[in-house]
Design a protein around this ligand. Sequence first.
Ligand code: SF4
Ligand code: SF4
Ligand code: SF4
Ligand code: FES
Length: 948
Amino acid sequence: MSLIQEIDYGTPASKSTETVELTIDGAKVQVPAGTSIMRAAMELGNQIPKLCATDSVNAFGSCRLCLVEIEGRNGTPASCTTPVAPGMVVHTQTPRLKALRNGVMELYISDHPLDCLTCAANGNCELQTQAGVVGLREVRYGYEGENHLKDKKDTSNPYFTYDPSKCIVCNRCVRACEEVQGTFALTVDGRGFESRISPGQMENFFDSECVSCGACVQACPTATLAEKSLYDIGQPEHSVVTTCAYCGVGCSFKAEMRGDELVRMVPYKDGKANHGHSCVKGRFAWGYATHKDRVLKPMIREKISDPWREVSWDEAINHAASEIKRIQAKYGRGSVGGITSSRCTNEETYLVQELVRAGFGNNNVDTCARVCHSPTGYGLGQTFGTSAGTQEFDSIEHTDVVLVIGANPTDAHPVFGSHMKKRLRAGAKLIVIDPRKIDLVRSPHIKADYHLAIRPGTNVAILDAMAHVIVTERLVNEAFVQERCDMAEFATWAAFVSEERNSPETVEKVCGVPAETIRAAARLYATGGNAAIYYGLGVTEHSQGSTTVMAIANLAMATGNIGREGVGVNPLRGQNNVQGSCDMGSFPHEYSGYRHVSNDAVRELFESIWGVKLDKDPGLRIPNMMDAAIDGTFKALYVQGEDILQSDPDTHHMSAGLGAMECVIVQDLFLNETANYAHVFLPGSTFLEKDGTFTNAERRIQRVRRVMAPLNGYEDWEITMLLSKALGYEMRYRDPGHIMDEIAKVTPTFTGVSYKLLDEVGSVQWPCNAEAPLGTPTMHIGHFVRGKGQFMLTEYIPTDEKTGPRFPLMLTTGRILSQYNVGAQTRRTANSAWHSEDVLEIHPHDAEDRGIRDGDWVKVKSRSGETALRAKISERMSPGVVYTTFHFPWTQANVVTTDYSDWATNCPEYKVTAVQVSTSNGPTEWQEEYREMSEQNSQIAQTLDAAE
Ligand code: SF4
Ligand code: SF4
Ligand code: SF4
Ligand code: FES
């Protein structure tokens, strides 16, 4: 195995469709117009020496190392900043150029510590390489003069260091931060010899605006900015391309290893979702894989009040299987079920639903998408005919108007957030519909054209009002609607939205946004060119989640913004494989590819493949499983890679359900909160330890490749197979590729997918089949999957959750960049340096009314429960609305959320809870107990490890 080296072409590719021919060092080359001479030479395999150029950022032309001679032109222009021209004749290697480059290199080296042998970048330093390339043999200038060799190192960032003594002021880091990440955290301080790179106003990295994405580290040609792991472990020696296991962006990475130790994750330039960029989680927050809290041996216990007993894999699996058999014999076939994981691979998810349907003999399988994007499935299924995003991420490069509703891309989908910001800086317009002033509303060089700060729970009202404007002001794209949509449905919908009760003037009283702003935003969306909608859980996690998704789809159809690049409806899926877990048939009513279990032909297909009779009735959803458990009819649950106690709503109901079961089997990395109710614990494996695929928010299927052996002994799919065999239903898959072959065989949208194809082309977006052998970047071109697009009536029905004298504020929830979901992984990394606890954001007026100061402990009480956390006074909030995250189990925002849910899918209404906030002395009693329990679980894991 070797290290995967990606070619650095020096400057970004030109997107021109015109071609230019020129001659470089006697060879002819054709390149797109606008290409730099440096890149054209690289296309020929001629590497022109360079230091300040790299192909992830625009050329800067400062180092003067890449000089060339051009026939018929005076001087020696920089090849990185000089574009090619037809007929141009270029020389890259002449005695004159050699002398000039030598002189430049001498100056650099005379102000650079000559500690190569002990430097973290030794062997992987561009300064070192280029000194060799230009043939530098001596440095005439001594170190006696002024230099920067004693400049102090900044080690404040948990993951990388900044050593200014090694800085050559090439500006690559500054440009990476601006152009790639869009944070603008770095500046060049001082002039000439005094120039130094500075995060913010001479702050250290940790205290600056830096979001630790690592783009500058990747761009730095020297060890000035370098991962701390390079110092700790040394230079990597081999690498494997795999996919991030955090969010639905699905960034590709090279996992760079030294022996079996992971040195660093380097974003892969060929990754079609991320193009070589990453966020702090994917690049740096992988330390949880070897965290001391990880449990590596199976454990069982008779009662949840008993201590855990470490056992062999055989004993654990046999015990789990015999318990399931015993329970089914006593309480019936339907008394058990399973939960698939959106953190696990497609193949693993497919096996869990197979285990439930074929092994347990019922359809009691559900997944975390129940609590996030199930309304997307329903809403887009009804209107367009398929339940997934319509575009690829790159589509945004063709977008003129971006409408973001109920999503916070810079925190929750950071790499796509950076891509979006790049397009906005290039001139696209922006409409944000969100109760909170998210970063996109105002950040460096970006300002939303309209921020519609709605009251939580009024999404449908405002979308109907926008539709009202579009219809009544005759902004409908009639040609599109006539050709592509059901006209009778359209007419009914148009009449409905035109009613006065849906006018902005009426709706402004409901949602709190001035009518004129709603009108202006609607006009911009309808007439501003290509308009694309991006949405998140702020749309779905409502009692009208499905209605909101349909209202979004209606807007896109009415304006013709669907079925080509630059437009569309794009759910930003939360977890890395939530799209995949839904595709694989994780819902109780659907097989893979969203086909209903009552469909005889589909069921017979699975019966023939699996060799068992299958149940034609849909099974139980997660909340119904808990209801049934409390009623005494549901007794056992197999949960793979999901902390349902922490992530699902109404914690009291969930704990009552889990507590009433006779056998809970948890398969996970850590003793999570759900494991407190478990009788069997099966240690899971991380994404670094397994093969498989994830499907991201663009429907892109990408390979996950094993970079190290599973520390627990098995990949997760193998554990499911063991359990299944012990139950008497033996699965016979050789490896994950074999499982994918079956998925392709039984799922029409996956017919063409195989590991061979994925290895050849990198990734594909489903549908991938005979009609689209290389996948489908844009959906609904020419016609909708369901035929004619269907306008749905979207009556606004206010949620039953209302503010009043007892609970006068609305609580809404979301995510923060450095933590992820329930925090099981990120809390076990240095990411907690940025966010070590959940806080309550509250508007200054609401805080003042209650005598709350910044940092005070406050109690948040709803009709469901109460929790305590610290207050953060923030103008991001509108008066009357408070906000928190849910990354820490001892805060448990879900203790406060209610049991209201989406009318169509049961997706919980996390985003709207009426609360009262008051000062408090500190955590509540149950929070103290929770913290204690978490610490005990960590102790258990460590004690078991120590005993090994
Ligand atoms: S820190 Fe690295 S990338 Fe930035 S200017 Fe210095 S050498 Fe160049
Ligand atoms: S880590 Fe990212 S945000 Fe921080 S300075 Fe570097 S490029 Fe900018
Ligand atoms: S944006 Fe998402 S997929 Fe990409 S590195 Fe960050 S967490 Fe991973
Ligand atoms: S690489 Fe062209 S001027 Fe530095």
